[in-house]
Design a protein around this ligand. Structure first.
Ligand SMILES: Nc1ncnc2c1ncn2[C@@H]1O[C@H](COP(=O)(O)OP(=O)(O)OP(=O)(O)O)[C@@H](O)[C@H]1O
Ligand SMILES: [Mg+2]
Length: 700
């Protein structure tokens, strides 16, 4: 895998913001019912909060009313006047009050039309700029929410206790709902979204071709599966849910505030456009920074991953301090970029907070003035039109604070949008990466592959402009063994990789049993091939499970038979738990040769029609090699085999030898035919023979 991290897969270019938002929204849509449940709980929380607040306002007005000795009920005129009072809340109160606890027989304070006029300071108030000033009028009865009021004659202390009990009850209910909300939200986000999305990304990776893995550093892939998936789910719990909650609560708060006082609401919310502008400004500046943080985080994982894989090299060269410095630099780069985001956010939050506080100043000035106007107005109905009761101002201030708090959460939402957009870009790249190699619709099946392989004028290059294989034409009969020889980089492994369709040729075609591999069912094709790679990979499970990787239903006897053929049986028996020994990561507790022999056993156990052995004996001593070759002769019988080999002993076993030179077929024929020619093959063989002769002479 190339260590260089590329940001976009296959250079398809980053997706547009619109595409990413559509991707995120369609992703969120899958979890709509979970979101609806969470939202319902949020709405209940909102309602509980508002009811508690409203009871508090009622309580304050009632205290004023009761303190003035009016709790027994207003005078008959008040009752009549209030019945004619303004629409909305007051309208409901008017209905509630008629026949309520403040009946005509109740003692009343000095209120009514005979009360003195409000003070001059108030002239110009909403009830009439030229009204004569009057001293404070008697407190008016409170506004009972939903018209629910205490029975007539109930002592004030008991009413207050009831109100306090109500407030406490709502608070308790809120606590319980909050608990359910947290449980439900966590279940939705961590147990469903993250798990599903990771599985989706991983599943897609299984289907992606080798090009994907060539083009992306493993660090970047790891970060996409672990980190970016978390940030994508942030779109659900950090953007979609808060946005819906924000809109719903803003609408509810706004409606409630407008119902209390239209003018005060408009005055207090005058700063909202400014909030919107500031949020947009910061949001646009943060996104590129989040992208850089993710790329730099890839670099940290890359350095760590490379060290873990190349620890032996680092220690061998004594370069540990360099590695520490490299890691520290990568770490610092992430920290610096995150600090940049932190500084930007540390301006953003207080600025948003300050703008929200501006509205509180308006509330105190204009709202206070409205309360004074209300208090000075002796007539209850006129007072309701003139201003606000102190309880209403209290409720309004609570609403405004909640409203500002919600507006303030725009900062977090904007931040989350940027984070999730950056992560979405990286996850989207994986999920939409083209599946270059896949079965065509109506692909042909290979129920009983014979193993005939044909290359017809095949040209291939990892980069289409730089061919690695050129015009390869080769016809291999079922059961034939072809040895592939060539200098390093000649294209031997590449040639083999075209048979199982790890890559598709640029020109020409590869046929198996006479059918173009592109027309074959990919599963069938790969099932008919057994591969031993140049560097074999083993999984951290038992030896037996590693051998049975391609055929999990194989019996222990079959596994042991394959191991015998691969000359692995004896060393396996010497392992602490024999076939049940658990291998370390990548088979680190085995030698290179032992790993290779397990890989050969794994390929043989599948009983494939075609065997591809990429230098299987390279890491094996000459003695073991001859054991393997002897045993493999039996295994290769009846199978088409391509074996990359340099040793004479292996080359001699083959029916034909293919010599590759710079991606072209230089020679093709039997050992004897090629020995007749004055070519590369004879050169290689002559060199080995003279080496052997020299060694023999030295031994004598
Ligand atoms: N995944 C890849 N992406 C890009 N280029 C590659 C890739 N794999 C191999 N190459 C290039 O293709 C050429 C052929 O490589 P290949 O691995 O087929 O050589 P080889 O004959 O198997 O060599 P060796 O004997 O060293 O294994 C080389 O120049 C190599 O750099
Ligand atoms: Mg190779």
């Amino acid at each position: 895998m190339s260590p260089s991290s590329t940001n976009t897969l296959f250079n398809t270019g980053p997706a547009s913001r619109g595409t990413l938002l559509r991707f995120l929204l369609s992703f969120a849509w899958k979890y709509r019912w979970g979101c609806v449940r969470v939202l319902c709980l949020q709405l209940c929380l909102l309602a509980m909060g508002l009811l508690g607040l409203s009871l508090m306002g009622t309580g304050v007005d009632y205290i004023r009313f009761a303190a003035a000795g009016q709790a027994g009920g207003p005078r008959a005129e008040d009752k009549g006047q209030r019945a004619e009072g303004r629409e909305g809340l007051e309208g409901r109160e008017a209905v509630a009050l008629s026949g309520g606890p403040f009946g005509p027989s109740s003692p009343s304070g000095p209120s009514g039309p005979s009360s003195p006029a409000p003070p001059a300071a108030l002239s110009g108030g909403p009830s009439g700029p030229s009204r004569p000033a009057s001293p404070a009028a008697a407190p008016k009865p409170p506004h009972w929410p939903f018209g629910i009021q205490p029975p007539p004659g109930m002592p004030p202390m008991r009413v207050l206790l009831l109100l306090a009990g109500g407030i406490l009850g709502f608070a308790l209910l809120r606590g319980a709902l909050n608990y359910f909300y947290t449980v439900e939200a966590t279940r939705l986000v961590q147990q469903q979204i993250v798990v599903d999305l990771r599985a989706q990304v991983y599943e897609k990776m299984q289907r992606l071709s080798f090009r994907f893995f060539d083009a992306n550093a493993s660090a970047s892939i790891i970060n996409r599966v672990l980190g970016d998936v978390q940030s994508v789910r942030l779109f659900v719990d950090g953007v979609v849910l808060p946005c819906v909650v924000l809109v719903l609560s803003l609408v509810v708060y706004l409606a409630y505030m407008l119902q209390i006082h239209v003018g005060l609401t408009l005055a207090c919310l005058g700063t909202t456009p400014l909030l919107w502008y500031v949020s947009r400004y910061f949001s646009q500046r943060l996104q590129p920074r989040y992208r850089r943080v993710r790329d730099l985080a890839d670099r940290v994982v890359l350095v760590l991953n490379e060290y873990l894989q190349g620890a032996a090299v680092v220690k061998g060269f004594g370069l540990e301090p360099n590695e520490v410095a490299k890691f520290a630099a990568a770490n610092r780069a992430v920290r610096d970029e995150q600090l940049g985001i932190f500084w930007a956010m540390s301006w953003f939050h207080p600025l948003i907070g300050f703008i929200s506080q501006l509205s509180l100043a308006v509330l105190l000035g204009y709202g206070g003035w409205l309360v004074i106007a209300y208090e000075r107005e002796p007539d209850a109905a006129a007072a309701a039109l003139a201003g606000l009761s102190i309880g209403q101002l209290l409720v309004f201030s609570g609403l405004l604070q909640q409203f500002s708090g919600q507006i303030g959460s725009i900062a977090n939402i904007a931040n989350s949008i940027q984070q999730s957009l950056v992560a979405a870009q990286r996850v989207h790249e994986v999920l939409t990466a083209p599946l270059e190699i896949q079965s065509r619709p109506l692909a042909k099946h290979l129920p009983q592959p014979r193993g005939a392989v044909m290359f017809e004028g095949v040209t291939f290059g990892y980069d289409p402009n730089e061919p690695v294989l050129r015009d390869i034409t080769l016809d291999v009969q079922p059961g034939e063994c072809i040895a592939v020889l060539g200098a390093t980089g000649a294209g031997k492994s590449t040639l083999m990789s075209l048979i199982p369709r790890f890559y598709d040729p640029i020109a020409g075609c590869v046929r198996v049993d006479g059918v173009d591999v592109r027309d074959l069912d990919l599963g069938d094709l790969r099932r008919s091939i057994g591969i031993v790679f140049q560097e074999s990979f083993l999984f951290s499970t038992t030896v037996a499970a590693n051998i049975a990787f391609g055929r999990p239903d194989a019996s222990r006897a079959q596994i042991e038979q394959a191991a015998r053929v691969a000359a692995a049986h004896d060393f396996i028996l010497q392992l602490p738990q024999g076939y049940d020994t658990i291998l370390h990561e990548s088979g680190a507790n085995l030698s290179g040769g032992q790993r290779q022999r397990l890989a050969i056993a794994r390929a043989i156990l599948r009983e494939p029609a075609i065997l591809l052995l990429d230098d299987p004996t390279a890491a094996i001593d000459a003695h073991t090699e001859s054991d393997i070759l002897l045993a493999m002769e039996g295994a290769m019988r009846g199978r088409t085999t391509f074996v990359v080999a340099h040793r004479l002993s292996t080359l001699r076993c083959a029916n034909r030898v293919l010599v590759l030179d710079h991606g072209r077929i230089a020679e093709l024929g039997t050992h004897h035919e090629l020995m007749q020619r004055d070519g590369l093959y004879r050169e290689v063989v002559a060199l080995q023979i003279s080496d052997l002769a020299e060694a023999g002479a030295r031994d004598k």
